[in-house]
Design a protein around this ligand. Sequence first.
Ligand SMILES: NC(=O)c1ccc[n+]([C@@H]2O[C@H](COP(=O)([O-])OP(=O)(O)OC[C@H]3O[C@@H](n4cnc5c(N)ncnc54)[C@H](OP(=O)(O)O)[C@@H]3O)[C@@H](O)[C@H]2O)c1
Length: 334
Amino acid sequence: VDILNKQVLLASWARGLPQASDFRFAEQVLSPCKQGHVIIKNHYLSVDPAQKGWMSKAQNYSNAALGEPMKALAVGEVIESSLPEYKAGDFVSGWFGWQQYAHVDADAIDRKINPATGPIQNAIGLLGIVGLTAYIALKDVINPRPGQTILVSTAAGGVGSIVGQLAKRWGCRVIGITGSDEKLGRCLNEFGYNAAFNYKKEGWQEALKAACPEGIDGYFDMAGGWISDGVVELLNARSVHVQVGTAAVASWDPTPQAPRRERLLLVKEITHQGFVIFNHASRFDEASRYLAQCLANKELVFREQVLDGLESAPQALESLYQGKNNGKILIRLT
Ligand SMILES: NC(=O)c1ccc[n+]([C@@H]2O[C@H](COP(=O)([O-])OP(=O)(O)OC[C@H]3O[C@@H](n4cnc5c(N)ncnc54)[C@H](OP(=O)(O)O)[C@@H]3O)[C@@H](O)[C@H]2O)c1
């Protein structure tokens, strides 16, 4: 019997923030497994802020394709394989898109997953780009030392919550910036932040300044835009500002104008460095081993928000850019 594959297609390039209406649903009969390919039944789909960049026409490190299933990471089970290294019943993670079934070649598969070691969705959550980004950008780029003050924006999110906990474990004083009092409470009570500030509250910059009498040594920045404009003056000489996301900038097309900070960088010899997790694959082993160990020892708190059904994916992405998510968003398919 034919298998119908429900898909979420990218219907139009995002203009500014992603809208659910940028997508449309389609159904296609799944074609037989081609030579060199495998067929995967997706169990969990990832919803990531990075998808905004992939679905924009502006220059980026990676792009989705119009009219195709939305580019996304996923975890699923191999149901048919023409590749010797994969067999039916294997669990794998990779670039399987927002659809029920993926018909892909080996390049789309990131890795095999052993379901005995824990929930399979960890491969696109704590042990996927979320946790890997937190660990590698913090350790390799900021390289925090005990006693230093580390600032984190989008502090309560998937990546931010892990950065906060890791920096604390590594002996730092950690300060968070986030978009609601509820998230602020989670930063303080669950994620180990020493202090946190809601950027939607009047006077947050002054309060942040008062909380950093010795300045900031490392800034793990996922907001950028006007939020960062308000804090870069607190950066210490020889501090490191790693740019991991730009959530506070709605659109890069055209490039927004901003206050000039070259003089500040020059005088204080501040390093401002970009970071793209996909360029750091050689570090994945160390990072995932460390994170898996913490997870096994229950030493890290990781919040997931699991939504059911393919239909919920477009709205989930839209809500991410309204700050409505409560941790890492996953779409569960049955
Ligand atoms: N460079 C890389 O390799 C890489 C890898 C993974 C993730 N990232 C980036 O890291 C960031 C966090 O990713 P995540 O998966 O952990 O997502 P997340 O932080 O759980 O969710 C995104 C958060 O962005 C904030 N936000 C949304 N709209 C905003 C706005 N208009 N202004 C300011 N903040 C806004 C919200 O937090 P608040 O309410 O706290 O503002 C929202 O919860 C994203 O920017 C993502 O693109 C980069």
